[in-house]
Design a binder for this molecule. Sequence first.
Ligand code: GDG
Length: 473
Amino acid sequence: MTGKTIIVSNRLPVKIQEKDGGYNSSPSEGGLATGLGSIYQEGENVWIGWPGTEIAPDKEEEITAQLASLSLLPVFLSQEEISEYYEGFSNEVLWPIFHYYASTYSTYRQSNWQFYQQVNQKFADAVLNVAKPGDTIWVHDYQLLLVPALIRKQLPDVSIGFFLHIPFPSFELFHLIPWRNELLEGLLGADLIGFHTFDDVQHFTHACARLLHVNLSSNVISLPDRLIVAEAFPMGIDEQKYASLAKSETVKQEIENLNATLNGVRAILSVDRLDYSKGILQRLQAFEELLKNNPEYLEKVVLYMIVVPSRDTVPQYKHLRDEIDKRVGNINSLFRTLNWSPVQYFYRSFPIETLSALYATADVALVTPMRDGMNLVSKEYVASRINNDGVLILSEMAGSSRELIDAIIVNPNDMGMMAAAIKQALEMPAEEQESRMVKLRKNVSKFNVKHWVKIFMDRLSEVKEQQQSLHTR
Ligand code: GDG
């Protein structure tokens, strides 16, 4: 690939915090940051995104200089832009619809849409300020659906890839959005459009055919002047990081402490960001059903439930948090004994070492989203099981269920099925655990995040070459 690579995502891969009247930044541990870390720090490459917090205008210059040394280029957003583009349009229109939460009460505010366009233009301008013909631009996720076409307008020959981290919904859902055509046209500015699963690819190409009447042959869309390829690239994780963490001295100590606390009680683990798409309430209901119908598990099993605070300025998320509090309280008050509580609930985020210790200790991981683009937690649990034991229960609505087929696969709407799966997991013989886990671990290690970045980038070069050969014919 000639030229530099520009990564664009809503958030930069750093956390910026206010400290002593100034700001400091620390690297974030997200999967995307790990996967792309090796790319954006090379040569002239750069990562463009929002620093994740409102920055006082008189501090922008200082932050820009600080981030430049890390190959990061900030796009600053005002409070109004954050509220309309990010909370309003991205998280109250696109996120619910793309996760199949369409409500007849949904409001589609024109001002949200205007800000979404305006902020997408702001991101595109930031790219155009540094991009040159011959560069490769990789745009990420649902907050920036319009960016590819905005860049294409100014740099018609540049190489643009786009990756959607959340599901692409079926036509029936997608066409509810008043600005559906504009969103598709925005995406079609890219040369290669990546999704986690083949279903997402089909939903997207189908929407393009129905709404824009494009010429479609399998996963290739032909516009009068260009070919666009839509393809599945299931995202992986840095599996070695989780395996090494599980072997590290700090984590080993945490595992020992956890085991001492558990004292023979079996542990089920649940880890998510606070989000209705993650099926947290339904999971609690299934656990309650298990305890109700199997009293032999009382005092013998505990559910560690970690919910990481997220989007708590959006009303539905606040409501969900209250509902989780209530349901955890109900289960604990119904079943607890003087020396045992069935649900250990934490509404906060933990250092990665503690997370790793929980992954390595839990007999069962219960990953049951109602809808999830991929779900990295399911892969991180597998990567942490260095002794080839433990059982993964995985929702068929998670993208990762297409690859992790040796998990116990469940429908998250079926409480009976989920309760039975927990029972099956708790009683699974060691040999069966091992034979399933070995296969799961092979998959997670073969299709890791480095592989994901490589096949996406290689495919983008191929598509570009194909386009150029069409033009020169
Ligand atoms: C979106 C899509 C897709 C969680 N708790 C703690 C913690 N985490 C980390 C996990 C994991 C990440 O957060 C969550 O990733 P997921 O993939 O499970 O979910 P989303 O945040 O919704 O991500 C999803 C993903 O994008 C990538 O394309 O898979 O479908 O929705 O990495 O480890 N990390 C730390 N402490 C915690 O307490 N340090």
